[in-house]
Design a protein around this ligand. Structure first.
Ligand SMILES: [Zn+2]
Length: 419
């Protein structure tokens, strides 16, 4: 097929260009973002093929099925080629922006160096870890930090534990396992700060009567890479061949691994890895979660974007869990209470039924393997306007909303005798 050969040739050129500028930060000047509607199997296959190549395109959503739309970032050098390909396959697309860099410029205000850590801007891994150390120094009687292993590139993976007393049931939270989802680590650090300092009786109750285990950045290598090099990077940074880096860490868990919604192609953004738990980051996380699992009743994996509250399962033709009605009830209660704050709707249901089929994901593993009965993915703001590059002035409102969701979930879980 001439088209495929042409795409491959261009892909190689683009990949080499990417390698050439790997030392600096990728500018998205004149990169376009398109919303593409997938209307047929033929179109789905073309897009999945395009997604799996090292071609400079960044798919912000995986083209998982017919009758969904995906957003795709297209480098300026690929625009003519893309238009030709789309015309040939009658793919319908809408231009969302012709210059992604302009949106990125709105993400962060001018940095105020003197003000230290706060939630009016996004922070690097080093800044987040330094803030955690400061908080541990200040609140050492209740707060501790533990290194649970190193990443592929030898960065520390850290979990923060907040515990006011013996015998509490546990809540486990991971954030930023997908590198580009910056709002997630910003949100959980804000919530940790509230758990330590808030005088709201509802917050004091959940802070002091549960043990909180929080991994603020579950994919440190990928996260660091989004700061230094490529803002929209999603995966880990393990190398699979000359051109392809990274495994999707949230497709690498050892439960129904590679059973739907994953790719076997190493350059794909949903590459499941060569085998389950091929990524050291996932080994570190699962080893840690197993060690605390007997006391943990609620596991939360924080992602963006789209505003969803999702629970197991996500894989192909999955059954409902034994406690499906409870998971639905607790999730719906959170959604109702979150809506009350800023009128942002969050859709609730199983990953496979409400979003798309995805396998080897953390929430499924936490429920089915670690035995944690209540296990949810939160997909935070927004529903399309800014996507992964949510302006920093939305960090606090989004975090306030999520805290309402946590309070509601815990309350409803108590009513149902889980915690
Ligand atoms: Zn994610």
């Amino acid at each position: 097929m001439a088209t495929v050969q042409r795409v491959l040739a261009l892909a190689l050129v683009s990949a080499l260009t990417l390698i050439a500028c790997a030392q600096g930060k990728l500018s998205y000047e004149n990169y376009a973002v398109y919303k593409i509607d997938i209307g047929s199997i033929d179109q789905l296959e073309v897009l999945q093929h395009l997604e799996s190549l090292p071609n400079g395109y960044t798919f912000l959503d995986y083209p998982a099925r017919v009758n969904m739309s995906v957003e795709v970032v297209v480098p300026p050098g690929q625009l003519t080629n893309m238009e030709r390909l789309f015309r040939k396959h009658e793919i319908q697309s809408t231009l969302l922006t012709s210059n992604l860099q302009q949106i990125l410029n709105k993400e962060r205000p001018t940095r105020k160096m003197a003000e230290g850590f706060g939630w009016d801007d996004y922070h690097t891994l080093e800044e987040i870890y330094a803030w955690i150390d400061e908080m541990v120094a200040q609140y050492g009687s209740v707060l501790s930090v533990q290194t649970i292993g190193q990443t592929y590139e030898k960065r520390d993976m850290k979990v923060v534990k907040l515990s006011y007393k013996e015998g509490n049931k546990g809540i486990f939270i991971d954030a930023n396992i997908h590198a580009r989802e910056w709002i997630t680590s910003a949100t959980v650090t804000w919530i940790l700060n509230e758990l330590l300092t808030s005088e709201d009786a509802r917050v004091r109750y959940i802070a002091e009567n549960y043990d909180w285990y929080i991994v603020p950045v579950a994919n440190p290598d990928g996260f660091a890479y989004t700061h230094t090099t490529e803002r929209l990077w999603r995966k880990t940074r393990s190398q699979h061949n000359l051109l392809c880096y990274g495994t999707d860490p949230n497709r690498n868990f050892n439960h129904q691994w590679n059973n739907g919604g994953t790719s076997v192609t190493p350059c794909s953004d949903t590459y499941a890895g060569p085998e389950p738990e091929s990524e050291i980051e996932i080994v570190n996380l699962t080893t840690f979660v197993r060690s605390i699992a007997p006391t943990v009743k609620l596991a939360l994996s924080i992602h963006s974007r789209g505003q969803y509250i999702l629970f197991p399962f996500g894989y192909n033709n999955a059954p409902h869990t034994y406690n499906h009605q409870d998971l639905l009830q607790v999730g719906q209660r959170a959604s109702v209470d979150m809506y009350k704050l800023y009128n942002k709707p969050y859709r609730v249901g199983t990953t496979a039924e409400v979003l798309y089929v995805a396998s080897g994901i953390s929430v499924d593993w936490a429920h089915a393997v670690a035995g944690i009965p209540l296990s949810y993915t939160y997909e935070l703001r927004d529903q399309g306007e800014f996507g992964f590059i949510l302006p920093a002035d939305q960090i606090v409102p989004n975090a306030e909303e999520l805290l309402e969701g946590f309070i509601a979930m815990i309350d409803e879980a108590q009513i149902l005798n889980y915690m």
